[in-house]
Design a binder for this molecule. Structure first.
Ligand SMILES: [Zn+2]
Length: 120
């Protein structure tokens, strides 16, 4: 009985955490309750939202670069190569450094481009 109540409370907390987009904490509670499948699902949900958001941001930011007629260089953190970014740049060409081939972190790129276009 007390156990049931505790479980109900925890599940209510999970709903609140998902509402607050704290998917990792929500997944942790599911795991405590032995609900492994649900824990995986809530993590996937969180990741998908982050990926979608970042992609929209990069496209949007490159669009801003084009409209502003800016050309800039993003310095590859791995090799120090200058990755040229202009209005013609697409997300596909920014996926890897063209000099060393390392994967460009989209979140870093978003931070960089945000500063370049002075856009909050
Ligand atoms: Zn590089």
């Amino acid at each position: 009985m007390a156990e049931d109540f505790r479980r109900t409370q925890k599940l209510a907390q999970v709903r609140n955490l998902i509402e607050a987009e704290d998917h990792e904490s929500a997944a942790g509670i599911y795991q405590e309750l032995g609900m492994w499948k649900e824990a995986g699902e809530v993590r996937r949900l969180g990741r998908r939202q982050i990926v979608t958001q970042v992609h929209v941001n990069v496209n949007d930011l490159v669009d801003q670069v084009r409209k502003a007629g800016i050309a800039t260089d993003y310095t590859c953190p791995t090799c120090g190569g200058h990755i040229h970014i202009t209005g013609e740049t697409t997300l596909a060409t920014l996926r890897n450094c063209q000099y060393c081939g390392s994967v460009v972190q989209t979140t870093d790129l978003v931070d960089f481009l945000t500063k370049v276009v002075g856009y909050q």
